[in-house]
Design a protein around this ligand. Sequence first.
Ligand code: SAM
Length: 219
Amino acid sequence: MEGKSNRKYRQRREALADQVRAKGIQDERVIEAIRTVPRHIMVDTALENRAYEDSALPIGSGQTISQPYTVAVQTELLQVERGDKILEIGTGSGYQAAILCQMGAEVYSVERQEELYHNAKKVLRELGFRPHLKLGDGTMGWSAYAPYDGIVVTAGAPVVPDDLVKQLNVGGRLVVPVGNQESQVMIRITRVSEDSYEEEQLSHFKFVPLIGKKGWDKA
Ligand code: SAM
């Protein structure tokens, strides 16, 4: 039988999914994934009670688990289909990776902070998800497994990292927040053919910085 605390969290998770829909997310597969993935497992127990607020929360190493609405926006922009090969830069807590796995994607994710990489690996295993995880600088992508149907960057970049663009399949989408360290515009680049790309600029967000060879030197 479902325990009291699981039932409490299930109700809060359903309310969060409704909230994300009310804010404008239309892809029901994304909403269903938010309704399913247990976000409270991905934050420190001291913050568990706040896991279903629509807000970013600290996860250690000076980083955050993204706001659920932001995760939903990026996931919707990726237009994920079951079986799509998706690369995420910035594993963090593992929440975005879990949402993508839940939607049936084959997920590759890179994180530069060792402690977060190990925590996410453990938590994702416990939840039964099996993304391919790598510790390192993701600003150059993960060429060994390229090309990807989708690439999502979950930290703010100073410019669109060119290696990521090159690692898209024809038809593939790159979703990346680009700007200064205070505010970024969400950009979606679609590879239309071998040598042509289409760029869309969407709304503004605030992410932690993407740090690395093709990102910021430091925060
Ligand atoms: N997707 C994460 C989640 O669901 O919790 C969001 C985590 S946080 C907003 C962004 C993450 O990007 C941080 O964990 C940070 O360490 C990581 N990051 C920053 N620069 C990176 C880089 N060059 N390569 C890989 N990860 C990076």
